[in-house]
Design a protein around this ligand. Structure first.
Ligand SMILES: [Zn+2]
Length: 327
């Protein structure tokens, strides 16, 4: 199927932006571009623009589409990675049962594969980022939502139908917990995503708790603003943040017991407040994880930043090709 040493196209379909990169199998980016998703246009115009962006990036790198070894696609789930179908992209309304792999293969004429954005990010950090050299790692992105990916023995864990690693939806609350947008209650994401750190702070203010955050427009009360208020000594912000770290740290402890990783990588927008996040999580892991699991695990910040999506898609293409040739 073409050029085995050729560069790989990574296509990242996000709720706010489309991003494309052409990279080597070592993760060196040869050319890249991004554009607003304009998600309200629906899938077909977005797929056409994505294919145009891919052609432009290949040309900018001085290559032709025939040089491209493979194409990886990363998108928010739920999706069917084996059949290459986006079932219902929660961050892109109207993307229901979209055969994205087929559409991209027809548009660009090269073989393509699909996985969800958090699994893709886990593979990217494993190959090119904070998890280089670690065969057993767990990646957690704490952003608008919370996503995860699990690498075991150097391979991405897929599960029975391709949905393993939905770590944002592990249950962290035994009572009637907060409702999660996945339909369940008490999920990690319902407390610790950036959206929910902000929402819990606003709910406490509405319930009459005093806070300097009251002075802000509700839309300005983001997780970042809550973290800033913690640094200024705001009591409400401190209480919400400490509860968030207890739940997040507890979830990381559970993850360590489930998978015995040598690295847990935390990424996503909320980890921008790293000074308030890594120490409490590491402390809780030290207190609660069984010593023989805690002794081997490092809790590290993600390294790839803006390129997580595109390099994730590239890593999906590499991982799928390697899985195909191994027994
Ligand atoms: Zn959930």
């Amino acid at each position: 199927m073409g050029n085995g040493n050729g560069p790989i196209l990574g296509l990242d379909i996000g709720g706010t932006k489309l991003a494309v990169a052409l990279a080597t199998s070592a993760g060196t980016v040869l050319a890249e571009t991004q554009a607003p998703s304009r998600a309200t246009e629906g899938p077909e115009p977005m797929i056409e623009r994505l294919a145009d962006m891919a052609r432009a990036v290949v040309s900018e790198a001085g290559c032709t589409i025939a040089d491209v070894h493979a194409i990886g696609i990363a998108c928010g789930g739920p999706l069917d990675p084996q059949r290459g179908i986006i079932l219902n992209a929660l961050n892109n309304p109207g993307w229901v049962d979209v055969p994205i792999v087929d559409r991209i293969e027809k548009a660009l004429g090269r073989p393509a594969v699909l996985d969800n954005d958090a699994n893709a990010a886990a593979l990217a950090e494993h190959r090119f980022g904070a998890g280089r050299g670690a065969d057993d790692l767990v990646y957690l992105t704490i952003s608008t939502g919370i996503g995860g990916g699990v690498i075991q023995g150097g391979r991405l864990m897929h599960g029975a139908n391709g949905n393993a690693g939905e770590l944002g939806h592990i249950s962290v609350c035994v009572d009637a917990g907060r409702r999660c947008h996945c339909g369940s209650v008490g999920c990690l994401e319902a407390y610790c995503s950036g959206t929910n750190i902000a929402a819990r702070s606003l709910e406490a203010i509405a319930a009459g708790e005093a806070s300097a955050l009251e002075a802000l427009e509700p839309a300005a009360v983001t997780a970042e603003a809550v973290a800033a208020a913690v640094r200024r000594g705001d009591r409400l912000a401190r209480r919400v943040w400490d509860e968030t770290m207890l739940l997040l740290g507890g979830a990381v402890v559970s993850i360590i017991h489930a998978f015995n990783p040598s690295v847990v990588i935390l990424g996503g927008g909320v980890t921008g407040s790293a000074d308030l996040l890594f120490d409490p999580v590491r402390t809780i892991v030290g207190e609660r994880a069984m010593p023989w699991l805690a002794d081997v695990v490092r809790i590290l910040p993600a390294e790839l930043g803006e390129r997580t999506g595109t390099l994730g898609a590239v890593a999906v293409a590499i991982d799928r090709a390697e899985s195909a040739v191994e027994p």
